[in-house]
Design a protein around this ligand. Structure first.
Ligand SMILES: [Fe+2]
Length: 606
């Protein structure tokens, strides 16, 4: 049974191939089109996936897509919004308006945030804008009217978008002759399936949290012996994704793309200054959780016009963590299940995942490595596969599911581009030696990673001994990040470096959760430790990536340090490199000194 899974086309469209219940390949269109978070049918990725597996469209049994058709999605939206409007009428936002009317003072602070100039700490808006934001936040009647109007607008835009992407899907499938093989899957079921069916757990509490999908902003299910039974559907617009996108946009960043910057900024300020204010947007816990005034963007913009960015970011981050935990905790108590698996765009928030792991009663955690909508391709395909025959539920050891290039293909590109290179007998040992000598090495090896993180095969590596490295490397790669680069750490040395990691090792294989660092880690690898003492590691084992493991093992032998910085191999706002030609281009644009590519070492200085 061969099933193609396709993720929602509105962003990061990704295609996967599942054969007899196992994922054998997955490629995001962005890696081939070179357009970050590519929206549209994944023509290139599907063509490439079929070619790599020597298949034609005729060989495919079914195509799974991670949304219902546009008419059903619109019906689900209308159903959810009708209930929300009823609740808003029962409890108008007078308490929110009161809280927004008496804001605390912004404490005097001298922030030293690497990469953020003093002048960029505050949002400067015109008097007209700031006045409008204040009125729409502090006057309950105006606030209600505005929120309701924005919600209606969102409904129309979302319905039109579903219609547009349905047409795009039909056109793309017709192009491949696959139009009669399409089956649609509820969006949050695809998130639930990708988390549970790749976790290796027999029993697990499955939590999905995202912006919007099939009428919902989240769900809780129980996975047991391969079956998934939903316990609760969190109706949109109660959506933690929507909540966090709101602050991302209000602080001048791109929602759906730059949420990680908010997580980084949040650590620079006390969350308590605005916590109580932001907390009023939510009420209830567990099944009764409700997000009020969800589309009143004036609330976050009013705060952003009055306070420094870290002050606002810190409050939103803490509220996100608190509300996520308060939603989940009652289900942990009710079911008594100690394994939790997570999926959905909200759980790209590595700090929130650390808090969820700390919930009483949770002993093991797994987060699907491609937790955003790109990962729904795999969830949708596994749901269809499982309906035919229970899929194998071995835990995934790695996600190197993309393209691979032969040594000949790599050398052809090196010759064509005229870079200085040489073949080496042992590229991994030489990479480790270069790192130990203090050099930056871009590593291009084996199959490309699936999901948003570079996991060693399309990575830039560097020692983590000096925090100044972050600023220097960000400048070199034309990036702005407020969180340090992540460390790749030898699996065997995890407890030397991180506290309370037992039960989260599998999640940590994919850089999906933070941990508090040990004093040894802070001493040895300060460049990978955030200002709050946490890091978001990739644990590397021989089983998950033998070549990268050899690099780290040799580096450890040479230096006594089991971690190196691992950041994605790409230039700012570009997708992670896919092909040797992409790698050479990023290597040259970033003015990097060394690249280990296949069995070759490229040296920019020769
Ligand atoms: Fe989603």
């Amino acid at each position: 049974m061969k099933i193609v899974g396709i993720s929602p086309l509105d962003k990061d469209s990704t295609v996967c191939l599942v054969i007899d219940g196992r994922v054998v390949g997955a490629i995001a269109e962005e890696r081939l089109s070179r357009v970050k978070m590519h929206a549209g049918f994944p023509y290139n990725a599907l063509t490439e996936l079929l070619r790599l597996h020597d298949l034609t469209a005729d060989d495919i049994d079914s195509v799974a897509y991670a949304f219902e058709d546009w008419e059903e999605e619109t019906r689900l939206i209308d159903e959810a919004l009708a209930e929300h409007k009823h609740q808003e009428s029962v409890k108008p936002p007078t308490d929110i308006a009161a809280s927004m009317s008496c804001l605390p003072e912004q404490p005097k602070r001298n922030y030293a945030i690497p990469g953020l100039e003093e002048s960029a700490l505050y949002i400067n808006k015109s008097v007209m804008h700031t006045t409008a934001y204040r009125w729409l936040s502090t006057n309950a009647a105006l606030s209600s009217f505005f929120s309701s109007r924005q919600l209606n607008r969102w409904r129309d835009t979302a319905s039109a978008a579903h219609r547009k992407w349905s047409q795009e899907l039909d056109k793309g499938l017709c192009h491949f002759g696959l139009e009669n093989k399409l089956k649609r899957v509820d969006h949050h079921l695809t998130h639930a399936a990708n988390a549970y069916l790749t976790s290796g757990f027999d029993d697990a509490l499955i939590v999905t949290l995202d912006g919007y999908g099939s009428g919902l902003g989240g769900s809780v299910s129980v996975g047991r012996n391969g079956g998934i039974e939903r316990l609760h559907s969190l109706p949109y617009p109660t959506s933690l994704g929507e909540f966090y996108e709101r602050v991302t946009s209000s602080l001048g960043f791109t929602p759906g793309r730059h949420e990680g910057k908010i997580v980084g900024l949040a650590a620079y300020e006390s969350p308590e200054i605005l916590y109580d204010t932001v907390r009023t947007y939510f009420e209830g816990t567990g099944e009764s959780l409700r997000y009020r005034q969800p589309h009143n963007f004036a609330l976050s913009r009013h705060l952003a016009s009055q306070f420094a960015k870290p002050t606002v970011a810190a409050a939103y981050q803490k509220v996100l963590e608190a509300v996520a935990c308060e939603y989940i905790e009652p289900f942990v108590r009710k079911t008594g299940i100690s394994n939790i698996v997570l999926s959905g765009g909200v759980v790209a928030n590595v700090k929130a995942n650390q808090r969820i792991f700390e919930i009483d009663g949770i002993e093991q955690i797994f987060i699907h490595p491609n937790m955003g909508d790109g990962g729904c391709s795999i969830g949708a395909a596994l749901v269809l596969a499982d309906a035919c025959k229970p899929v194998p539920r071995d835990r995934i050891e790695d996600v190197y599911w993309g393209q691979e290039f032969t040594n000949e293909e790599i050398e052809t590109v090196l010759k064509e581009t005229g870079v200085s290179y040489r073949r080496t007998d042992d590229v991994d040992l030489e990479t480790a030696a270069l790192l130990a000598d203090g050099h930056i090495v871009a590593r291009f090896a084996g199959r490309m990673e699936y999901g948003p993180r570079s996991l060693g095969n399309r990575s830039i590596l560097y020692h983590a001994k000096d925090p100044e490295v972050n600023l220097w490397l960000n400048t070199q790669l034309n990036r702005t990040e407020f969180m340090p680069f992540a460390p790749a750490t030898l699996h065997e040395e995890r407890e030397t470096c991180y506290l309370n990691i037992a039960g989260a090792e599998h999640a940590a294989s994919f850089m999906t959760i933070t941990f508090d660092c040990t004093e040894t880690m802070k001493d040895q690898s300060p460049a990978a430790v955030h200002i709050d003492g946490t890091a978001r590691p990739q644990l590397v084992s021989e089983r998950s990536n033998p070549g990268f493991y050899r690099v780290l093992t040799e580096y450890h032998r040479l230096t006594g340090i089991p971690s190196v910085i691992n950041t994605s191999f790409n230039m700012h706002e570009e997708p992670i490199v896919c092909s040797p030609a992409d790698a050479v281009r990023a290597f040259q644009l970033g003015k990097l000194p060394y690249m280990a590519i296949g069995p070759f070492i490229v040296n920019a200085e020769n």
